[in-house]
Design a protein around this ligand. Structure first.
Ligand code: FAD
Length: 475
């Protein structure tokens, strides 16, 4: 591994650039998005309060062995466990692609607890985020154990000094379990008023379940990957796993080492090469039967013990009751200009971190810089009409390309253009060529060698290019 600059060598938070407006801003959540938002907002001269219902920073990277009592996570009243991390989880991107633009994600070899691998485990990511929060004094802005329960616009919007004021209602939560994020609500409530609200509450907590005919009466056990932690409960069982993301591939490989059989029910042709005998790719489920059989689209069937839904998550904003302004429709959060600003309430209501299948850490940092710059008046937005037109055009493009509504915020390669557009708004350089190459290389190795690619990863040339770019950017 190259001797990259360490965290300690990075610059402290520089003085804010010129700004004209200092807003009081509420940030909801202290995961990656909330930490970045808080730091960038303060850098720009805003006054920030971060509400976090757990008692640590790090959001979904805080692994807990606890899972929810309802294995499908359908009961809206259940005590929610925020994180969907499983015990063995390693990043699906090389750490160099997960670095914030000015805070490298490198292993500090002096510390025995460090996980120096190119694709580290979840604990290493959490320690990176904690280091970031510590080094930029973000924690001092966070109100821990405080859940936002309602966000409402005061006075019907408009008319106030900066176009709107928000009442943010919160309540104290009681952290009850091991490592912080589990909570049970019901504590003391309070209200506070802000100029702007930045929503950073994450989107990997509310399970989406596959709907197949007969599944309600199917007698086996069903669980969503949100509640998957370790493979042991699947020992000697026949498991049907629905879904085809990185987590489903990881989990299916892990379960295959202990279960009797694993069947991956996949929409469309399987692209990922599976080499395990007990691992079979199937077509989608056609229906499930009361006698325990599962029938696939191609007419084959099996008797299974467990259905594991690796079918992703739903956006969920229980504290926002503003359907006329922004709503969730078939997992599309909208209308939002460039996935961030509500056109009608811009810049006073924004969302960071909604995107998936992106290089999320540096991209969410750009979104944060954009929001901070727009709030201070340093960066301008188009008119409401122009923003709405942009949103309509984007939806029309998705429809013309046959992209289902529920994938509105899923990007893959369209991320490059989006990233560079955001960077340009912020006056920063776009994505480097080595980053694109590294991303393609990691996708390619995931598809061709899903079980081994993390350990076989060779960065060499790509990494030295990345190192040179980084050194150039801080010198
Ligand atoms: P979160 O990390 O979910 O943080 C949201 C925070 O908001 C939480 O701390 C929560 O407690 C708080 N919160 C929620 N509601 C409220 C409320 N009402 N009041 C107060 N606080 C609230 N990305 C990668 O880049 N690489 C990977 O390898 C990778 N692997 C992943 C593996 C899994 C299993 C999952 C689920 C995701 C993975 N991701 C990965 C994506 C990951 O979600 C993002 O990288 C990123 O961490 C999301 O950060 P966030 O801050 O937007 O949300």
């Amino acid at each position: 591994l190259l001797a990259s600059p360490t965290v300690k060598e990075t610059q402290p938070d520089p003085l804010p650039p010129f700004y004209s407006i200092s807003c009081r801003v509420a940030v909801i959540g202290a995961g990656v998005s909330g930490l970045l938002a808080a730091r960038e907002l303060r850098r720009e001269g805003h006054r920030v309060v971060v509400y976090e219902r757990g008692n640590h920073v790090g959001g979904c990277w805080i692994y807990t062995p606890e899972s929810e009592s309802d294995p499908l996570g359908l009961d809206p009243e259940r005590p929610a466990v925020h994180s969907s991390m499983y015990c063995s989880l390693r990043t699906n991107l090389p750490r160099k692609l997960m670095s914030f633009r000015d805070y490298p994600f490198v292993a500090e070899a002096v510390d025995w607890s460090v996980d120096p691998r190119a694709f580290p485990g979840h604990a290493e990511v959490l320690s990176y985020l904690k280091g970031f929060a510590r080094d930029f004094a973000v924690e001092e802005m966070v109100r821990f154990d405080t859940e936002v329960v309602k966000v409402e616009l005061l006075g019907g919007g408009g008319g106030e000094e900066h176009g709107g004021r928000w009442r943010v209602k919160s309540r104290k939560t009681t952290t009850t379990k091991t490592d912080g994020i589990d909570w049970s609500g019901g504590g003391e409530e309070s209200d506070e008023v802000f100029d702007a609200v930045v929503v950073c509450n994450g989107h990997d907590t509310e399970p989406r379940i596959a709907e197949c005919p007969g599944i309600q009466r199917w007698p086996g056990k069903q669980i969503h990957s949100h509640n998957y932690r370790t493979p042991e409960p699947f020992k000697d069982l026949v498991v049907v796993l629905i879904g085809y993301g990185t987590s489903s591939v990881d989990i299916s490989l892990e379960i295959a080492s202990i279960s009797k059989e694993v069947h991956l029910a996949i929409r469309g042709p399987s692209k990922i090469a599976m080499h395990d005998q007990r691992h079979e790719s199937r077509t989608q489920i056609k229906h499930a039967q009361e006698d325990g059989a599962i029938v696939f689209e191609d007419g084959t069937s099996i008797y299974a013990d467990v259905i594991l839904h690796c079918t992703g998550y739903k956006y969920h904003f229980p504290f926002l009751d503003m359907d006329e302004v922004v709503s969730v429709d078939d997992n599309r959060v909208g209308p939002l200009y460039k996935h961030v600003f509500s056109p009608i309430l811009a810049p006073w209501l924004s969302f960071i971190g909604l995107l998936s299948k992106v290089v999320s850490f540096p991209l969410f940092q750009l979104q944060s810089k954009w929001v901070a710059g727009v709030l201070s008046g340093r960066i301008s937005l188009p008119s409401v009409k122009e923003m709405m037109e942009d949103v309509d055009n984007f939806y029309a493009q998705l429809e013309a390309a046959g992209v289902p509504k529920r994938h509105t915020h899923t990007m893959l390669t369209s991320m490059f253009e989006y990233n560079d557009w955001l960077a340009d708004q912020c006056g920063l350089p776009g994505m480097e060529e080595w980053e694109k190459m590294m991303l393609f290389a990691s996708y390619e190795s995931l598809i061709t060698r899903p079980g081994t690619f993390r350990n076989e990863w060779k960065e060499d040339d790509l990494a030295s290019k990345g190192y040179e770019d980084f050194v150039r950017s801080i010198s």
